[in-house]
Design a protein around this ligand. Structure first.
Ligand SMILES: [Zn+2]
Length: 393
């Protein structure tokens, strides 16, 4: 038994179980790690334990205790009224806070805003004003703040006092994917718990269960490309990234194969620039459907970033072939092409390509013109392809 039945997060589980065993659960936790690896499930599991009217304790012995790193495991009972309300997310003392809550704010001006970040109004109304009240029915009040790195500076500053001296029955858990967007003061007032990516095999098994219609090759591709995030993998399936990747790979493969020193890179890339731009727009359309608060421009940018990541995975596969790490090859269904490509795109060239892609991504983050980003990157990549196929001097 583990908190919230979260698997493959032994470090986080151990840290929390030890705090529970000593009856010293920090009032401000910060769960940090990639999206979709169980942070929210574990936070809600901890919330359930804190609210449960009859928590259960399991004694571990010998090997079991060694493996878990603790001698006792605690969890909500799962059957009491409190536990059931938590499971249905209807417990009045479990507060899930997320950026789209602005739509339920009493102020119509706040309600009309795009929910791109967690603003100070949302934080005041849904957290700070509620923190001081006594629990409605449970023994505690638990606040779980999703995407806490999206709190504005003003919101983070407003939360500081609460993080510093929360009332005894209040627990705040910040869920964070990117620590660098938080103020040092927010970080220093919370107990940070790191979450790892999930094992690829575990993600693969889960995906096969959840998406039985996918072919085994596709399931493997999604599991490997998602880099240990089940949540991302499910979104990628929703976005049909596998099919998009097959289309992109044709372009990347032909770039190396059909490079002709007599043609200029610019002319050769026109088709690819158009393809990448169009694909990024259509992917952006899917993102906007999922998150209507993002703008068209932002959606297009995110679409392009995903395409860049697919391209980076292709070059990383070249490295995996070179280092004989075959079991991690993302595009295993194109192994022959990768092996061929890796004969000319050697390790330094593949690394250079990955660096160029990373640079293009950074430029997108700095709001660079997307068209220019695609053109520059494809130009860089085709130069690399030309060097790869040029006979050694
Ligand atoms: Zn219970």
């Amino acid at each position: 038994m583990s908190l919230g039945d979260v698997e493959h997060q032994p470090y986080a589980q151990r840290l929390i179980q030890r705090a529970v065993a000593r009856d010293r659960v920090p009032h401000a936790y910060l769960f940090h790690g990639p999206d979709g690896v169980g942070k929210e499930r574990l936070a809600v599991g901890l919330g359930q334990l804190l609210l449960c009217s009859a928590p259960v304790e399991q004694k571990l012995e010998g090997e079991q205790a060694d493996e878990a790193g603790v001698e006792r495991l605690f969890a909500g009972c799962g059957v009491c009224e409190e536990c059931r309300a938590v499971a249905h997310r209807t417990h009045p003392d479990l507060h899930l806070v997320y950026r789209q809550l602005n739509r339920e704010h009493p102020d119509p001006v706040v309600r009309k805003r795009k929910a791109l970040e967690i603003g100070v109004d949302v934080l005041r109304h849904f957290v700070i004003e509620k923190v001081g009240l006594t629990p409605i029915r449970g023994r505690a009040k638990v606040f779980v703040i999703r995407e806490a790195e999206r709190m504005t500076v003003q919101a983070q500053n407003a939360l500081l006092k609460t993080l510093e001296e929360p009332p005894g029955t209040t627990f705040i858990i910040l869920l964070v994917a990117a620590l660098d967007r938080l103020l040092p003061t927010t970080l220093s007032r919370s107990q940070v718990v790191s979450f790892d990516g999930l094992p690829t095999e575990f993600v693969r098994t889960k995906l096969a269960e959840l998406s039985p219609d996918l072919a085994p090759d596709e399931v493997t591709w999604y599991a490997r490309f998602s880099d240990g995030s089940l949540g991302h993998a499910l979104e990628y399936i929703d976005d049909e990234l596998y099919g998009l990747n097959q289309r992109l790979l044709e372009g990347l493969i032909s770039m190396v194969r059909t490079v002709d020193p007599s043609t200029t890179a610019g002319r050769r890339n026109d088709g690819l620039v158009k393809e990448w731009t169009e694909e990024s727009k259509s992917l952006g359309g899917r993102y906007r459907k999922r998150d209507p608060d993002i703008t068209d421009t932002e959606a297009g940018r995110r679409g392009l970033k995903s395409i860049f990541q697919l391209a980076a995975a292709w070059y990383a596969d070249n490295l995996r072939v070179a280092s004989r790490n075959e079991s991690a090859i993302v595009n295993a269904n194109h192994q022959t092409e990768i092996e061929q490509a890796s004969r000319s795109v050697d390790v330094p060239l593949a690394i250079e390509a990955i660096n160029r892609i990373a640079r293009a991504e950074r430029q997108l983050d700095l709001n660079a013109n997307t068209q220019l980003c695609v053109e520059t990157l494809l130009n860089d990549l085709s130069k690399i392809a030309r060097r790869a196929t040029a006979p050694a001097a």
